[in-house]
Design a protein around this ligand. Sequence first.
Ligand code: AMP
Length: 117
Amino acid sequence: MSIFTKIINHEIPANRVYEDDYTLAFHDVDPQAPIHILVIPKKEVAHLQDLDGETMTHLLFAVQQVAKKLKLDERGYRVVINNGADAGQEVPHVHLHLLGGTKLGHIHHQDRTHTAS
Ligand code: AMP
């Protein structure tokens, strides 16, 4: 069972901001921005390629609701998914990082060390 499933089941505490039948959103324990929320599906799926389209829709809907609740719409925010080893995914349970509350640095051309082959 993933650490995030334990959060869903209230076995581990989390600072929750939004929940519906399909998703849960809570504050990241190690925030990388003034606002750093994780949005996760309630079904435990490790990688994006194994997630069904309906759940993906619910995840983005949840992002919309969280951004509205935290009044981020006007200033904007970033949504990031680390998927798999190259992206440095640490928790094997799909999660969207919602980052905001400050002017975020550009991520364009962030890593030019390796080019796609
Ligand atoms: P990733 O590197 O994309 O897999 O991100 C995993 C994220 O989960 C990191 O930003 C961690 O800080 C966060 N995290 C890990 N455990 C917890 C927890 N118990 N509560 C909240 N956030 C967590």
